[in-house]
Ligand binder design. Structure first.
Ligand code: ZN
Length: 460
C-alpha cells in the first residue's frame, strides 16, 4: 500500500504545459478572490462566460429547463450554487461537489477605530482557526463592504495595489521580550491585542481632540464618503497583502493566502464548467462560513441549498416535496476541502501510513473529526469503493488520509451536513503545507490532479 506514485511522473510534456497553464488560471482566480464576496463574484463571472444563466432570471421568465441547461444562484453575494441539468430526472439524484469560499482571517469589530498615544488603530476579532503569532509584522490589506447611513453599499480594498499603503500589526522587539518569550505560543500574542495600525498623522487644528483619529476619518470620508458610524454596518476583513507566488527553484508549488478552500472551489468549478450534458444533474456548491461552523444564512446549515434545488426542480420537471427528498437522498457528493500534508519538519503529529503527501494527488478522507471520530462524516465503504473505481479508471493519482495522529487534534468539513439528507458524501480534497497560515503552500501537480479527479466524478 506504499503510494510512491508522484503525480509529476504521470505528466508527459504536453500535460505539463496544460497543468502549468491551469495553475496560472488558478493564481489569477485566487489573487482576485481574497474574501468570500470576491470569490463569489469571480465564480459568477466564470459561470456566465461558460453559458450559465442566473436562476432569478429563469424564474422570472418561467423558463423551462431542459437537459444541458446551465443555471446558477447566488446567496447574498457570499456563496453560489451552479447546476447543469442531466438527462435523468433530478429525483434520481445529483452529482455534487461542495467547497467553501471563506478563509481564516481577522475581521474588524463593529466599533473599530480608536486613537492611542500617537496612532490610530482598528480593533479586530479574528475569524476561524488562526495561530495569532503568524499575523503580526506582515503586510496586511483590508477588503469588504460598508453600508452607509443612506443605505449605499461601499466596497473597500486597501493594500493590494502596488501604490496602496498596507496595514500592520506590531510585535515586541526581541530585546524586550523576556516575559513574552516565556509564555506559551498560543498565549504570547493575545486576540484582544491584534489591533491594526491605521495612521499616525494629525489634522492641523491643534485645539481639536483626537487629532489623529479625526485625520483618519477625514481621509476615509474623502476617499469613500463614509463616516465613523458606517463601521457598525460593515463586513471588513483583514487579510495578508500580496499575490500568490511560485515556490521552489523548480516552481513546483504555490504559496497563497486562502488556498483553504479556494483551491478546491476553483478545481471543482473548472471541472463543472467543462462538463457537457451529463447523465445526472451536476451541481457545484460554493458556501460561506465553513471556518466558523457553517452557521448563518450563507453557511451550509442554511436552507439555501435545499430551496435552490426545489426552484430548479420546479423549472425542470415540476416540484413536489417527495421528488425533492428523493433527489437529495439519491445524490452523491464529494465534500471538497483541504487537509494537512505531511510536513517532514513536523513528522511526529502524523501516522505516516495514513497521511497524505504533497504531490501525491487528490485525497480521499473517510472520516476526520476528533476524540474518536466525533463530528466526522465517516463515508460508506460502498461509496468510497465507487469513487476509488472512478479515479482508477480515469488514471487519477489519489491517496488516503486522516487529519493527524489519533488524538493529536482534528477538524471537520461541510460533509456531515449534506449527509443528513441521506445522500452519499465523501470528503475528497487537496493537501497543504502551513494550512490556515497567512500563506499556505500547495503543489501545482495536486491542483491539476484535483481538477481531473472532480471532472471524472462529474462524468458518472
Ligand atoms: Zn476548509
Amino acid at each position: 500500500m506504499e503510494r510512491e506514485n508522484l503525480v509529476w511522473d504521470n505528466f508527459k510534456e504536453k500535460d505539463l504545459e496544460e497543468m502549468l497553464n491551469f495553475c496560472e488560471g488558478y493564481k489569477s482566480f485566487i489573487n482576485a478572490s481574497k474574501t468570500e464576496r470576491e470569490a463569489s463574484q469571480e465564480i459568477v463571472k466564470i459561470a456566465e462566460e461558460n453559458g450559465f444563466i442566473d436562476l432569478k432570471t429563469a424564474i422570472e421568465s418561467k423558463k423551462k429547463l431542459t437537459v444541458g441547461d446551465k443555471v446558477y444562484a447566488t446567496n447574498k453575494d457570499k456563496g453560489i450554487i451552479m447546476f447543469i441539468l442531466g438527462t435523468e430526472p433530478m429525483e434520481k439524484g445529483m452529482t455534487i461537489t461542495g467547497s467553501h469560499l471563506d478563509s481564516p482571517r481577522i475581521d474588524l469589530k463593529q466599533n473599530p477605530l480608536y486613537e492611542d498615544d500617537g496612532f490610530t488603530f482598528l480593533e479586530t476579532h479574528y475569524y476561524g482557526g488562526i495561530k495569532k503569532y503568524q499575523w503580526v509584522t506582515i503586510p496586511l490589506s483590508i477588503h469588504g463592504v460598508l453600508i452607509t447611513k443612506g443605505g449605499k453599499k461601499v466596497n473597500i480594498v486597501i493594500g493590494e495595489d502596488d501604490n496602496d499603503p498596507v496595514l500592520f500589526i506590531t510585535d515586541l522587539l526581541p530585546h524586550l521580550s523576556k516575559d513574552q518569550s516565556a509564555k506559551k505560543l498560543s498565549e504570547a500574542i493575545e486576540g484582544e491585542n491584534l489591533n491594526v495600525l491605521f495612521g499616525s498623522m494629525p489634522i492641523e487644528d491643534k485645539e481639536a481632540k483626537s487629532r489623529i483619529k479625526l485625520n483618519t476619518l477625514r481621509l476615509l470620508n474623502e476617499k469613500y464618503g463614509i463616516e465613523e458610524e458606517d463601521f457598525t454596518s460593515a463586513e471588513l476583513e483583514i487579510v495578508p497583502s500580496g499575490k500568490a507566488r511560485d515556490v521552489g527553484l523548480d516552481r513546483s508549488m504555490i504559496a497563497a493566502y486562502g488556498h483553504d478552500d479556494k483551491i478546491c472551489a476553483y478545481t471543482c468549478l473548472r471541472a463543472l464548467v467543462e462538463t457537457e450534458a451529463p447523465k445526472k444533474t451536476c451541481v457545484g456548491l460554493f458556501v460561506d462560513k465553513e471556518e466558523v461552523g457553517s452557521i448563518g444564512a450563507t453557511g451550509m446549515t442554511s436552507k439555501f441549498f435545499e430551496n435552490t434545488v426545489a426552484e430548479v426542480m420546479e423549472l425542470a420537471e415540476g416540484y413536489t416535496s417527495l421528488k425533492l427528498r428523493r433527489a437529495l437522498a439519491n445524490s452523491k457528493m464529494l465534500s471538497a476541502d483541504v487537509l494537512a500534508a505531511f510536513d517532514p519538519l513536523y513528522p511526529s503529529v502524523c501516522e505516516r501510513k495514513n497521511t497524505a503527501f504533497l504531490g501525491k494527488g487528490i485525497v480521499i478522507i473517510k472520516y476526520s473529526g476528533k476524540d474518536g471520530k466525533v463530528g466526522s462524516n465517516d463515508a460508506d465503504a460502498e461509496f468510497i469503493g465507487e469513487v476509488r473505481n472512478i479515479f482508477n479508471k480515469n488514471n487519477i493519482v489519489w491517496q488516503t488520509s486522516e487529519l493527524g495522529k489519533v488524538d493529536q487534534g482534528g477538524g471537520g468539513t461541510i460533509a456531515y451536513i449534506l449527509a443528513e439528507y441521506g445522500m452519499e458524501v465523501l470528503d475528497c480534497g487537496l493537501v497543504l503545507l502551513s494550512m490556515h497560515s497567512p500563506y499556505e503552500i500547495a503543489s501545482k501537480a495536486d491542483i491539476y490532479e484535483g481538477y481531473r479527479g472532480y471532472k471524472a466524478f462529474y462524468s458518472i
